[in-house]
Design a protein around this ligand. Structure first.
Ligand code: NAP
Length: 563
């Protein structure tokens, strides 16, 4: 029986390289890999060896015989990626396995080994560190402004998607590699400048993401009860910047503008049974607020039609397994119209799922989600707080009103400028060629500056898409280093720690993070949860201080690790 890739697929392609018969596609060298919503196993070519299961960082691959009911749609989704053929007939054999890109070799050129500062600690940062540390002697110092690492995997992935969060197991392994050092609770641009980092490193790689959400500039946004879906994501995930957010769930309906995966995440959490969320790492205050919530319906509104839905098929399928999702009769009609004309297989599969959704005229028996299509946001209505949202039917002057106690926009993320680097305001990225930062004014490289992840390519792709992206940046960086284009640091590896401690005495190292991590996990164990997060920076710092009674020993161990 073949294996099946399920919803949690992170697209990092570890499975592709583990597969001995090249039956997982698209591979990173094939067209469509960068935009693929997931990877797919060819059931007729799979030899059932299980190598992919061991390679997958998020436990997304299961043997067919162990597929549970909510994963069943993925059997067909995997199969349908491959062309129809008579039973037992395999695709023409590919003579080659997916080509593994060679690691970027960096023989030491000067007094110090290649030393790279990475800014950020999310997936793009971690995959870049992983690639660099394949080479003996290379040193990686990772700077993160929060006391906790792993970016959107910790603070973005929804708490009911614990499998996706398993990527942190891989990240933990990377941080234990020889040559890796954490500088958490340190903000580049505040405690340290680009020039400070360049003095102590051959290169600085920015993988700081694109955390600012795009704003909808219409009347009424800003009224109490309006906000963005990403603020809610930060809030329920216990991100310290959003822990104090005032989230009023006393209204019966919430409107979310935009229908990407972030909108689906927020709608799912706002309508979930709190008892189910109680087994996750959701922030305690958010769980308490959801237990008191009056929300009965979340309406996810798109300005275009079903055929242009921004959510991915795996997320849509996953949503329909756990939530009541409905459509109005007129949107069911739109789905049927789109189905009659659509050619693209993936879009067709999404439409087929939408076509099977229940009708919104049915009585509401538990909090539910409604998709609404063809409505362009016009304004938010309300005197002292949000009471409703007004739309026009897209392309017409007809006005539609949806009453709602809360209006959230979920219209995508946008990068923000990084101090001392050029910036493309329109694309929201740092201009670059293959990850090498280029100043558009001169057409020249910005010495020692590199980018990876969303700040390099824009806000698309999934956690694992950053693996191939970061690999390309590291290859560029390595080739510049080998060509002698990077300047030797002015001081040895220990000087950077002295500089950071002088600028930010509350810097947290790997031992400090371990103390926070262990304390969170222990707090969770008592309640049968993966962890109970600290959500305030002072509490995190207290936890680190309580566990750093042996700072000298830790420093010594840290120094030994870097030998
Ligand atoms: P997104 O996928 O880009 O979706 C943005 C939505 O906002 C679209 O429906 C878009 O509609 C709409 N929109 C944009 N401007 C608008 C405007 N002025 N008025 C009305 N609607 C507007 O954004 P996202 O949901 O924030 O996701 C960002 C990325 O993170 C995506 O790559 C997503 O797949 C990824 N992500 C993945 C997961 C997961 O795999 N579980 C979870 C979260 C996020 P139009 O198409 O009409 O422009």
């Amino acid at each position: 029986m073949p294996h099946v890739i399920t919803q949690a697929c992170c697209n990092d392609a570890s499975c592709v390289f583990a597969c001995p018969v090249n039956c997982i596609h698209p591979t990173p060298d094939e067209p469509g890999f960068a935009t693929s919503e997931m990877l797919y196993i060819d059931p007729d070519a799979c030899v059932d060896c299980g190598a992919c299961v061991r390679a997958c960082p998020v436990d997304a691959i299961v043997p067919h015989a162990k597929v549970v009911s909510e994963q069943l749609p993925f059997v067909e989704i995997n199969k349908s990626f491959y062309p129809e053929r008579p039973a037992g007939v395999k695709l023409p054999p590919t003579s080659k396995l997916a080509p593994v890109l060679p690691a970027a070799e960096v023989p030491q050129r000067g007094k110090y080994p290649l030393t790279v500062a990475i800014v950020g600690s999310g997936p793009a940062a971690m995959y870049a560190a992983d690639e660099l540390l394949t080479q003996p002697g290379v040193l990686v110092n990772m700077f993160e402004k929060l006391p906790t690492p792993y970016g959107l995997v910790r603070a973005g992935v929804a708490p009911d998607h614990q499998r996706t969060k398993l990527a942190t197991r891989l990240f933990d392994q990377i941080t234990r590699r020889r040559g890796f050092q954490f500088f958490l609770n340190v903000e580049v641009g505040r405690h340290l400048s680009h020039a400070d980092l360049l003095q102590h490193h051959h290169a600085v790689l920015y993988a700081s993401g694109a955390l600012h959400d795009k704003r909808l500039e219409i009347d009424g946004m800003g009224l109490p009860g309006t906000g963005t879906a990403t603020e809610i994501v930060g809030w329920y995930n216990g991100h310290p910047d959003f822990a104090e957010l005032s989230v009023d769930l006393s209204g019966e309906r919430v409107v979310i503008v935009g229908n990407g995966n972030v909108a689906l995440d927020v709608a799912r959490i706002l309508t979930a049974d709190p008892d189910r969320l109680a087994h996750t790492d959701i922030a305690d205050y958010a769980l308490a607020a959801l237990r008191d919530s009056a929300v009965q319906e979340v309406v996810i509104v798109a300005r275009r039609g079903p055929v242009a839905s921004a959510f991915t098929l795996p997320e849509l399928v996953g949503l329909t397994q756990v939530a009541d999702v409905v459509l109005d009769a007129e949107d069911h009609a739109r789905v049927r119209e789109d189905l009659a004309t659509v050619q693209d297989m993936l879009t067709r599969q999404k439409l087929e799922v939408l076509a099977k959704l229940g009708d919104a005229s049915a009585p509401v028996t538990r909090p539910r989600i409604r998709f609404a299509y063809g409505l362009t946001p016009a304004r938010v209505l309300g005197d002292s707080r949000c009471e409703a949202m007004e739309f026009t039917v897209t392309g017409t002057d007809q006005v539609r009103r949806i009453d709602a106690g809360m209006v959230l926009t979920s219209i995508g993320y946008h990068g923000t400028p990084i101090a001392d680097l050029p910036f493309d305001d329109v694309a929201g990225v740092v201009p670059n060629e293959g990850g090498r930062v280029i100043d558009p004014a001169t057409g020249r490289r910005v010495p020692g500056a590199y980018v990876s992840g969303w700040i390099k390519r824009g806000t698309n792709g999934f956690i694992g898409s950053n693996k191939a992206d970061s690999l390309k940046t590291i290859q560029t960086l390595a080739s510049d280093y080998n060509a002698g284009l990077l300047t030797e640091p002015v001081a040895g590896p220990r000087a950077v720690a002295r500089m950071v401690h002088a600028r930010q005495p509350d810097v947290i190292d790997a031992a400090g993070w371990k103390a926070i991590d262990q304390a969170e996990v222990e707090r969770g164990q008592a309640q049968g949860r993966p962890r109970v997060k600290f959500t305030r920076v002072p509490d995190m710092l207290d936890e680190v201080k309580d566990h750093s009674s042996l700072p000298l020993l830790q420093n010594l161990l840290g120094a030994l690790r870097r030998r």
